[in-house]
Ligand binder design. Structure first.
Ligand code: GGG
Length: 365
């Protein structure tokens, strides 16, 4: 039992689809162990069956009052979305993207580093894993994922489709400020801003302009530079140590963070925090990987990205008061990976349950 003065947080739990179910269960087990071992907090869950299976059965992912329901919680823990019998644009637009938009989660923080005992495909990082230590700050509400556009001329060869990328001054300025603050808080104090402003001459040029305006306020405090997204992919592979915090649009950062996770060893380890920095709405925590239908229910999904996301949720809920507890969970994960207790994607042979039990044992030590 946690001490009676320990805060209790209400969590909306949305396992979603595929391995989302496996890893959410694993994360809840680890969080329960962390709660009882630390006595520092307790969690009460509302389990929400908002999934592709539910959609196929009843015709919708989320009920009409979904936003009201979510706002009754302190945070949202999300597994994964997507199932082969539902087109991906439907599953994304009936759940995860509306949640991010309406809960004002305009920041998506995606840290990546090489955990002890995991192997990067980058030769230099195999010698020195510390070279790769990044935080990708993804603009999470506008850009290419704003949902604007349309189709006409139906399913004929005359079909026309538009996909508008929306960029606002306000939206860009707030993500730049957030990214500069993240960079300022980190030892290397470096921010790289990514666009494609040579080809995308409106929205991306506005990104450049606002970046340099906000950068004026951080001169001498944060070192900053700008990259085109194509060149950035090369730099991530060839000179990982030359970057620290990275800020990019919704689409670019979505792609770069998958690459980052693969360079760190596996997409299975990478966490993601969808934050409403005003704290007026619940923020949402989810591993960056998808639902992986091919391995769903087989008990072999890597739960590390889910555990890391859980650690970030604890950190956010504590708002400075639970940082040590979150760090304890990260240390427990590292102790387990370094001991070789790893799933297949990390060249191990352990199951989701075995990794989960090992992390719980580390927490209890
Ligand atoms: N757990 C994350 C997840 O299910 N991702 C599926 C996906 O494609 N997400 C798109 C996005 O993060 O914008």
């Amino acid at each position: 039992m946690a001490s009676s003065s320990a805060p209790n947080y209400h969590i909306a739990s949305i396992p979603g689809d595929g391995i989302g179910v496996d890893i959410t269960q694993a994360a809840k087990t680890v969080l329960a162990t962390l709660s009882s071992a630390s006595q520092a907090f307790t969690l009460t869950y509302t389990d929400l069956d908002w999934s592709s299976f539910a959609y196929l059965k009843r015709g919708y992912y989320m009920p009409e009052d979904w936003a009201t329901q979510l706002r009754k919680h302190d945070a949202i823990y999300f597994g994964a979305v997507g199932w082969p019998s539902v087109p991906d644009h439907i599953s994304l637009w009936q759940m995860i993207l509306p949640i991010r938009q309406q809960m004002n989660q305009y920041v998506n923080v995606r840290p990546t580093r090489i955990l002890a005992g995991t192997k990067s495909p980058v030769a230099a990082c195999q010698k020195d894993p510390k070279l790769l230590d990044w935080v990708i700050v993804r603009e999470n509400s506008e850009g290419e994922y704003a949902g604007q556009g349309g189709t006409t001329h139906g399913h004929t060869k005359d079909a026309i489709a538009t996909e508008l990328a929306i960029f606002t001054y306000v939206g860009i300025e707030r993500i730049m400020r957030f990214a500069f603050e993240v960079a300022k808080s980190r030892p290397r104090k470096k921010l790289t801003m990514v666009t494609k402003s040579n080809a995308q001459r409106h929205g991306m040029v506005l990104w450049d302009k606002v970046f340099y305006e906000v950068a004026e306020e951080y001169k001498g405090v944060v070192e900053f530079d700008k990259m085109l997204v194509d060149a950035m992919t090369v730099r991530m592979v060839e000179k990982p140590e030359s970057m620290d915090t990275i800020v990019a649009t919704n689409l670019h950062a979505d792609i770069l963070s998958d690459l980052a996770a693969a360079l760190a060893g596996s997409i299975g380890i990478a966490p993601s925090s969808n934050l409403d920095p005003t704290r007026k709405n619940p923020s949402m925590f989810e591993p960056i990987h998808g639902s992986a239908p091919d391995i769903a229910g087989k008990g072999i999904a890597n739960p590390v990205g889910a555990f890391w996301s859980a650690a970030e949720m604890v950190r956010w809920l504590g708002n400075g008061k639970l940082d040590e507890i979150a760090e304890g969970l990260m240390q427990a994960i590292a102790n387990v990976t370094v001991a070789g207790v790893k799933t297949r994607d990390l060249s191990g042979e352990k199951s989701t349950t075995e990794v989960t039990e090992a992390v719980c044992q580390e927490i209890e030590k």
